[in-house]
Design a protein around this ligand. Structure first.
Ligand code: NDP
Length: 340
């Protein structure tokens, strides 16, 4: 079977592509320019013609994926902007929402062989900041949509990103509900919280790291973070390799069709990652000795910032999650190799 993976050069997507190839699938990866795909061609050259690239310059343009969806059996749509300092609402919501509806429209029109579409949504479209409840797949982040509606470009960067993911996922379900009797495919949506893990995408340096990896890097390796931040702030998390595995399972498991699924290892406050880094012996990153220590153990007694119910994931996907220590070891070993 052949899978189209959109935004194939991203932090999560390269692991998704790799996982599909390892499992024997052929992959067509979409990127915005041929240049951005060069490292992928090199990385996956041992797979020969089982890995190919397609350039889709503007994912928001009507018909953008009309050619790319031809001849594939499934689609994993990961492309979407993720940064927290957007100046305008439109720069995030435009590509997030229109990118999603564009690929669904192209799949409806030209994706005769497509049986399932997996969308990389986010817990951003589930969680409402400040609400203490245990969040489930029934929850939607209406708060972010409200903030963006009321405040426009003055809304916080976080709200803009959260709203972009919520509106994109809503648009996907709406399109599917309207068209499901006419299309041969169904939809499965994954909702990961913060994603951390070693990097295999093309990154020139720390400054160009993707948002979640950059936050992890700066928290664990840069000293002087305030106590309040380290011991009360955090979210839930999942290892990037488990996210990749979840994409394969969401495509293969019949029961994932028609479902949004929260995938999460558990919660963290940022101090937990500092503790995990300091617990490893020998240090995977000897060039940073000593590592910042923050406020050792404070995470153990901290209130978990956000809690998700992952019963649906257990029932349908049954992921084996990496632990904080395993993920930390592999990230730090990767940083050491890069001299960061
Ligand atoms: P990256 O920034 O590493 O990757 C984002 C991908 O989307 C890149 O391929 C990028 O292409 C593409 N993209 C961004 N903006 C546009 C645009 N305007 N038009 C077309 N393509 C675009 O981020 P991640 O790998 O972290 O994110 C991948 C997906 O996972 C996103 O949907 C994100 O919302 C979701 N996610 C991420 C989490 C995390 O913690 N990392 C948590 C939960 C969900 P280009 O390189 O050309 O810009």
């Amino acid at each position: 079977d052949k899978v189209l993976v959109t935004g194939a050069n991203g932090f999560i997507a390269v692991w998704v592509v790799r996982k599909f190839l390892e499992k024997g699938y052929a992959v067509r990866g979409s990127v915005r320019s041929a240049d951005k795909g060069k490292f992928l061609k090199e990385m996956f050259k041992s797979y020969g013609d089982k890995f190919e690239l397609v350039v889709v310059e503007d994912i928001t343009k009507e018909g953008a994926f009309d050619e790319a969806v031809k001849g594939v059996d499934a689609i994993a749509h990961t492309a979407s902007p993720f940064y927290l300092d957007a100046a305008s609402v439109d720069e995030l919501i435009g590509p997030a929402v229109n990118g999603t509806t564009c690929i669904l429209k192209s799949a409806a029109k030209n994706g005769q062989g497509v049986k399932r579409i997996v969308i990389t949504s986010s817990c951003a479209s589930v969680v409402e900041v400040g609400n203490d409840k245990v969040f489930t797949e029934k929850d939607w982040n209406e708060l972010a949509i409200k903030e963006v509606k009321e405040q426009g470009d003055e809304a916080s960067g976080l709200a803009k990103y959260f709203a972009s993911k919520t509106l994109a996922e809503k648009a996907a379900w709406e399109f599917y509900e309207k068209n499901k009797s006419d299309v041969k495919w169904d939809l499965a949506v994954l909702n990961p919280p913060f994603v951390f893990g070693p990097i295999i995408h093309d990154v020139k340096g720390v400054d160009s790291l993707n948002t979640s990896a950059r936050q992890w890097h700066d928290t664990v390796l840069v000293d002087g973070k305030p106590k309040d931040f380290l011991t009360t702030q955090g979210e839930s998390w999942i290892d990037v390799r488990d996210v990749a595995e979840a994409h394969v399972l969401a495509l293969e498991k019949e029961a994932a069709g028609g479902e949004r699924i929260i995938i999460s290892e558990g919660s963290f406050v940022w101090q937990d990652w500092i503790d995990a880094a300091n617990s490893l012996s020998p240090s995977p990153i000897p060039s940073h000795t000593p590592l910042p220590v923050g406020y050792p153990g404070a995470g153990r007694t901290a209130k978990p910032p956000v809690v998700y119910d992952t019963a649906k994931e257990k029932r349908i996907l049954d992921l084996k999650y990496h632990t904080k220590e395993e993920t930390t070891r592999d990230i730090l070993a990767d940083f050491e190799k890069r001299g960061w």
